[in-house]
Design a protein around this ligand. Structure first.
Ligand SMILES: [Zn+2]
Length: 206
């Protein structure tokens, strides 16, 4: 099992690939996925799914190209589909490029299996209404998108954002994970559930 990180696109969004011996899953391809495709090819890996923690444009720039090249379905949270009608989903604002539009499918919270790995999908709104966290117990890793960062949290000032909801998502679903669980965020460095529970300044009550 291997987790590779590829910062992609104009905002250097972390695209992660969780790979087994023969299959892999990609999380949030936020730019040209050539590096990801090269990695898959070099290691003889079949991409089974593209998982989106949320549908903000900087996490989805590479969705269509990666799906077209691999045939993998794109999965996202139901409550984020409405973002595709706004600049947050389409891009094109602030001088940034438009998203090459893609066709996502929704995935329900609960127990799933991706690339042969058990995965629990949590609905963790707050940064967006449909934000998901993908928790892979065997990898001791949770892909949290822009819910929580090393010593920080995701923005809640975009439409659909809500600080109280975000904090509840973190305390209910992230801080209850085993403390050594890696938190792999959409931007910046990795951390762990226990480290953030003890040191994240937005949760000083812990
Ligand atoms: Zn976002």
């Amino acid at each position: 099992m291997e987790i590779k990180t590829f910062p992609l696109g104009p905002l250097q969004t972390n695209c992660f690939v969780l790979a087994g011996d023969k299959e892999a899953v990609a999380i949030d391809p936020g730019g040209d996925p050539t590096e990801v495709l090269n990695y898959l090819k070099a290691n003889g890996l079949t991409l089974t799914h593209i998982l989106n923690t949320h549908l903000h444009f900087d996490h989805t720039y590479g969705n269509k190209a990666l799906a077209d090249a691999t045939g993998a379905p794109i999965l996202c949270g139901d409550d984020d589909l409405s973002l595709l009608d706004s600049w947050l989903g389409k891009g094109g604002d602030m001088g940034l490029p438009l998203v090459d539009m893609y066709t996502p499918q929704t995935v329900a919270p609960g127990e799933h299996s991706f690339a042969g790995f058990a995965c629990t999908v949590f609905h963790t709104p707050g940064h967006s209404t449909g934000s998901l966290t993908f928790y892979f117990p065997e990898a001791k890793a949770a892909f949290v998108g822009d819910l929580i960062f090393y010593r920080s949290i995701g923005r809640t000032d975009f439409p659909g954002g809500d600080l109280d909801v975000l904090k509840s998502s973190v305390t209910d679903y992230i801080f209850t994970l085993p403390s050594d669980t890696l938190l792999l965020s959409g931007h910046g460095q990795q951390t762990t559930a226990g480290d953030e529970k003890n040191h994240n300044p937005f949760f000083s009550e812990f």
